[in-house]
Design a protein around this ligand. Sequence first.
Ligand SMILES: [Zn+2]
Length: 262
Amino acid sequence: MRQKSILRSFTLSGIGLHSGGKTTIIVSPAPANAGVVFIQKGVKIPALISEVKQTGRGTTLKGIAVVEHLLAAIFGLGIDNLQIEIRGSELPAMDGSAAPYVKALRAAKIVEQDVEKTILILSQPIKIIDGGSSLEARPCRGFIINFMVDFPGVGEQRLSFNPQNQHFDKEIAPARTFGYFEEHEALKKQGLGLGARYENALVLGKDGCINTPRFPDEIVRHKILDLLGDLALLGRPLQAEIEAVKSGHKLNAELVRRLSKA
Ligand SMILES: [Zn+2]
């Protein structure tokens, strides 16, 4: 399989989910083997696990927060090389999902390059456990994610995603980020969630969803989206089966660290 980039540059602007401030990205083609590289104030920041600074509410690379939804779109579409100039401290939240990024990347025309992809083929299982959460990668012929979540008010949701027979654009990319209405005030006091709106998040209460979900199991779909975005930090495609139980950015990043050394 050949490496991929895009044909044309494009610009997207919006507010940051946490900062609430305006932010703009200019996404441009990059040559084979360049990888995905952010540029902020002239400084190059490769989208690699070695650059991860924080995994609290989203994944933060040096000075750039909430990179996971754009990276999920890039990884889900099998794009290997891009340059992303960012004017701001965080990616634009758009509608809280990866769908607007997918639409823009497809419109910029995804093109094959002359160099083959370097796929990481897992040979030994890796399992990480943290309390009631766990994340395991096992050798497999393709790429599959099995995810289970269990959130108060919404209960258990399970989904398997295999890009061979499920369409990333339709099944995963439109799933939005989510948060509890009751937690929002506390988050705002910490300077987080300042850009969160009913238009860019699935809002949860004690008795379930407050606004209308896009899928009955939108939460587990978004968790798969987040995991894909974090797996993009490997810098290459992965051949493995992943079993995720209530995993989040912290465990995802730890798995990517271990996979990078595998
Ligand atoms: Zn997310």
